[in-house]
Design a protein around this ligand. Structure first.
Ligand SMILES: *[C@@H]1O[C@H](CO)[C@@H](O)[C@H](O)[C@H]1NC(C)=O
Length: 565
């Protein structure tokens, strides 16, 4: 588990909002795909049919390794854009790993977790159907990944499906899936979260042998009853790391929507100090959650909570809520951790999928896609039924047997342009991020309005039987918006660079004859000055001065003179 987070493999965050918990009665599924080796691109799988090619190659999403070949679907598959399909189904995941013995792959297994997502999206129309398809794929062709929590949403229902392979014992997997009750929200982040469940409920599905397999391999006492069976405690027991690095992120989201009492009740668990005080699988927020709210929850770094890390020495002179990896470190004979927040530098791509049940199928799923850290990128809305994608976002990945262009810097790539802005913001967070955030929010609000206008335009065309034209509008919308975003965001990077160059804050002033600008800047934060004064004694002390007071550098007052020093 620890190796998983430290290494190049994925560790992610999902947030799930049921229609009854949202302001506009839509499903939301938010997903950060976190891995330093993941290139941010939007994948597209156009409809395929077995008459064209009878088989489908399967590659491992993480390693790009060829895993095998399976028969193509006998019916034409659905169009898939990112993690959604054209009939309103979306799937996300986070890896929990689980018991080491079960992470070993049974020889000849073909379906890794990434392929499981994309093949299922090609072949299923609803969340329940997806769960059945996933089971079929895993039990027929073998499951070739570690333990996973999958988020599965359609316009009406939102499910979590937790899966673990059977290791070298048997082909296939065991799993349990629970529907998040309407009106509730859930989340998972690299720790299995399903404990006990109601075996009789029509809103629960499971592999027939989910409990008997555990007995068979000696994980459970033969006499254990169904009532006591806990998926997570059996297959992925919570450790300190599972609580602190993983459940901590769920806690930060749940606390944001539930309030201080929830936060206080589970802080001992989230910080890894009391592993038995487990949080519920889902909560019922007192107020409804909008799409824009969810965008903001995906920008969380524990700010203002007990796990906040934007004020201690590790945050540097600009209150940076990021820590460079590795996630754990040692000093003297002790081991320490960094916090693992939702918004994180190693996110390759992120999205919030929104599924709107009031619209016809092709319009239902919209994937709001960002090509980097979910706290610093704008999400661009793309219809999942679109047949064309913006060039600056579109790409293939290791799951297609293709090595992405990670090593090529390219200002026409959304991934590198968004990385320019985020990495520049990381360098002076307290100064630069507020400007970036304002811009993100303005872009996303404008994109939402444009999407709603385009919805009505498409509905009108469908109403008068102009189906082709409707699809063209749908395609053009994402292509135009995505590529214009990448261009705008690159010029925005230019603006930020001009403004925050060389440690200053340089703003336009046309009345100024020297540079048409005002040069400002506030130096470092007070804590940093305090630390310098404390650690260096009189090295920087002005003779005769009463001592440094921690007051910020005087360019705060925009004294031009200072810019000469
Ligand atoms: C841990 O949490 C459980 C469940 O809330 C509680 O009963 C127990 O007292 C807690 N243990 C400690 C050491 O706080």
């Amino acid at each position: 588990m620890l190796l998983l987070i430290l290494g190049g493999t994925t560790a992610c965050t999902n947030i799930l909002v049921t229609p009854g918990a949202s302001t506009d009665h839509t499903s939301q599924l938010a997903y950060n795909a976190d891995s330093a080796s993941l290139y941010g691109s939007l994948y597209h799988y156009p409809p395929t049919s077995s008459s064209k090619s009878p088989n489908r190659d399967v590659y491992d999403w993480d390693s790009g390794e060829f895993l095998g070949r399976i028969p193509e679907s006998s019916t034409t598959t659905y169009n898939v854009v990112g993690n959604c399909n054209e009939v309103g189904l979306c799937i996300g995941e986070t890896t929990f790993g689980g018991l080491e013995d079960l992470c070993e792959t049974y020889p000849g297994s073909v379906i890794d977790y990434g392929s499981l997502i994309w093949i299922t999206l090609q072949r299923s129309a609803t969340a329940r159907e997806a769960i059945v398809t996933m089971d079929h794929l895993m039990q027929t062709y073998g499951y070739a990944s570690e333990g996973e929590s999958f988020s599965i949403a359609d316009a009406d229902e939102v499910w979590i499906n937790e899966v673990i392979g059977k290791g070298k014992h048997e082909l296939g997997s065991v799993w349990a899936a629970i529907r998040i009750p309407d009106g509730a929200v859930s989340s998972h982040a690299n720790q299995a979260r399903i404990t006990n469940f109601d075996w009789e409920s029509s809103d629960v599905m499971y592999a027939e042998d989910v409990m008997s397999f555990a007995k068979k391999i000696g994980l459970l006492d033969g006499a254990a009853g169904k009532k006591d069976f806990s998926f997570s405690d059996t297959y992925d027991p919570v450790t300190f790391e599972g609580a602190r690095f993983c459940e901590g992120r769920v806690w930060s989201f749940f606390s944001s929507v539930m309030g201080e009492d929830f936060e206080a009740q589970y802080v001992d668990y989230a910080s890894g100090k009391n592993l038995t005080n487990r949080m519920p699988l889902y909560v019922h927020p007192p107020s409804k959650i909008s799409l824009l709210d969810t965008f903001s929850h995906m920008r969380n770094h524990f700010e203002g909570s007990e796990l906040a890390f934007d004020e201690d020495v590790g945050s540097g002179a600009f209150n940076l809520p990021y820590r460079w990896r590795p996630l754990t470190w040692s000093y003297g004979d002790k081991n320490y951790v960094n916090e693992r927040a939702i918004g994180t530098q190693q996110t390759g791509w992120n999205f919030v999928a929104n599924i709107r049940g009031s619209l016809p199928k092709p319009l239902q799923a919209v994937i709001w896609f960002g090509a980097d850290d979910s706290a610093t990128t704008v999400r661009v809305p793309i219809y999942a039924a679109a047949r064309e994608l913006p060039k600056s976002f579109a790409g293939k990945g290791p799951q297609d047997g293709v090595v992405p262009p990670m090593m090529k810097f390219d200002v026409d790539s959304a991934f590198y342009v968004t990385n320019l802005v985020s990495n520049w913001a990381y360098s002076r967070w307290a100064d630069i991020y507020p400007v970036v955030l304002d811009k993100i929010v303005a872009f996303e609000e404008s994109y939402l309005n444009q999407l709603l206008e385009t919805d009505s335009k498409i509905m009108k065309l469908i109403g008068v039987g102009e189906k082709e034209e409707a699809f063209q509008v749908m395609n053009n919308f994402g292509v135009k918006l995505g590529d214009s975003f990448t261009k705008s965001w690159f010029s925005f990077f230019g603006e930020l660079f001009v403004r925050f160059r060389d440690g200053y804050d340089i703003t336009a002033n046309t009345a100024d004859p020297e540079c048409g600008c005002d040069v400002g800047g506030t130096g470092y934060n007070d804590e940093t000055y305090a630390r310098i004064a404390k650690e260096t004694g009189d090295q920087y002390l002005e003779p005769g001065s009463g001592g440094l007071t921690g007051k910020r550098w005087e360019t705060k007052n925009k004294l031009k003179l200072k810019s000469m020093f």
